[in-house]
Design a protein around this ligand. Structure first.
Ligand code: FAD
Length: 443
């Protein structure tokens, strides 16, 4: 077995695969070590017996996520639009509305204006970081409105819907950074013209499989990296099953919290890098899919898209496959609610959630023919989702260390992205960014 490389890449998610392909194109000798028996990481697609595509992890792509669309085209794959035909609805003040509260719409503008001042490349040098990274989103929202329900709802939509966290555990700055990186709240939260516009036929898992195939046999599965040791100018990457790979560079393409909790560095990483990794905490999202014989909500003129200010479910969407009779409602629970819910027995959890679906969609929602989820908190090689976010003050203290290499160790992964941070697009760009840096160093 060949065990000497120029670059060993850890992780075959979109970041690792993109890095591997970019380096291969430049003739650099690489391998990718992947802990799971599949590529794709946080992208995982399940097929139901009837041939229905269910994306358990990430699924949507949208305008300005150019590298993702280019990859879809490169591998001759196709996208289909999110299946939304009727009105979007909002549930607040214990009632249903066709739009968000007026006050909330005004607050989106305020937030977008603040986000425009964020320095994505050097967040620590953003003008108002000293205030914004010390105050939680929750506390800041309560300074902006007297209406507690509006503050809570907005916190759920932003901290929940975007970072799968509670508004009390993220700083205002973290929220603004994410919003700036994803081109503003309208694009981030939108379907048509926004981040939820398109899905990939076959799922992002199929795209990852094509990238893996293209990369070739140096992608090694079931290789759980445990230790990275530096000796002289070389690195030795050791796996749980006793393999050891020698390399000049290591490209880390996995979530910071997984690196922090599962991989040992010898000698230890410099303090600031180590602390930075300790301070990027994973979000918690539960993504559920309820499959029905038909999309009954469309007959009522509804799109199936709901945002709710109270209850377990924060948002739901028509996630039906294109050109199929079945209707699929996909819904999300975020932050502490996601963790608490996962503590309940499966049957109890299902009962609670179906009760909420009935409240939102009516009694037709009571008997889905499939009801499924995946607990990403319990996935040892992911540790939570959608992405990692800094604890308050994290950007002030460690912002400059996010992408900074440690000798020959380079850091990719969506959490390191400046554009579309937290998304597939950010992952791809991060892998290509670090590949380019390594190629420059090798010249
Ligand atoms: C439920 C959910 C919904 C989401 N929705 C969207 C969406 O609609 N659109 C979007 O753009 N993004 C979405 N995301 C986020 C998106 O999936 C991620 O941003 C992206 O997949 C991250 O890619 P990555 O390569 O940085 O990391 P990962 O995909 O996490 O890849 C890291 C890889 O490293 C491997 N690994 C971990 N530990 C080790 C180890 N010790 N040794 C070797 N290998 C290891 C893992 O198995 C994994 O394959 C969602 C994520 C989830 C979970």
């Amino acid at each position: 077995m060949n065990t000497k490389y120029d670059v060993v890449i850890v992780g075959a998610g979109f970041a690792g695969l993109s890095a591997g392909l970019a380096l291969k194109e430049k003739g650099v000798k690489t391998c990718i070590l992947e802990a799971r028996d599949r590529a794709g990481g946080r992208a995982e697609t399940k097929w139901l017996d009837e041939g229905i595509q269910i994306d358990l992890g990430g699924q949507w792509i949208g305008p300005t996520q150019d590298r993702m669309y280019e990859l879809v085209e490169k591998y001759k794959m196709k996208t289909f639009s999110t299946q939304l035909f009727g009105k979007e609805q909002y549930y607040y003040y214990n009632d249903l509305y066709d739009q968000a509260p007026d006050e909330m719409m005004g607050m989106f503008d305020v937030i977008d204006d603040l986000a425009k001042k964020v320095n994505l490349e050097e967040p620590q040098n953003s003008p108002d970081i000293n205030y914004q990274d010390r105050i939680t989103l929750d506390a800041w929202l309560s300074t902006q409105t007297k209406d507690e329900e509006v503050a809570e709802f907005l916190g759920r939509i932003l901290a929940g819907g975007l970072l799968a966290s509670d508004a009390g555990e993220v700083s205002l700055f973290q929220m603004l950074y994410y919003i700036a990186s994803g081109q503003g709240t309208e694009i981030l939260l939108g379907s048509e013209g926004g981040a939820q516009q398109d899905r990939i036929v076959g799922g992002p898992q199929a795209l990852a499989n094509k990238m893996a195939e293209d990369y070739g046999t140096e992608l090694k599965f079931n290789q759980v990296v445990r230790t990275i040791t530096k000796m002289d100018q070389l690195y030795f990457v050791e796996t749980e099953n006793g393999n050891c790979y020698e390399t000049k560079f290591v490209l880390m393409a996995l979530p910071p919290s997984v690196i922090n909790s599962k991989i040992t560095f010898v000698p230890e990483l410099p303090t600031m890098k180590k602390k930075m990794l300790q301070n990027v905490l994973p979000g918690s999202a539960s993504k559920y899919h309820a499959v029905y014989d038909k999309p009954f909500w469309r007959e009522k003129g509804l799109s199936g898209q709901f945002n709710l200010s109270q209850g377990w479910i924060m948002e739901s969407i028509d996630n039906s496959n294109e050109n199929r009779e079945e209707g699929i409602i996909t819904f999300f629970i975020y932050g502490i609610d996601s963790i608490k819910l996962n503590e309940l027995p499966e049957e109890k959890r299902k009962q609670l959630l179906i009760k909420e679906l009935v409240r939102i969609y009516g009694k037709e929602a009571s008997e889905p023919k499939h009801f499924l989820t995946q607990d990403w908190n319990e996935e040892p090689f992911t540790n939570g989702c959608f992405t990692g976010r800094f604890a308050p003050c994290g950007f002030i203290k460690y912002g400059e260390f996010i992408r900074k290499e440690t000798g020959g160790i380079h850091w990719a992964g969506t959490e390191t992205a400046t554009v579309w941070n937290g998304y597939f697009e950010g992952a791809v760009r991060s892998g290509e960014r670090e590949a380019e840096k390594i190629v420059k160093k090798m010249k």
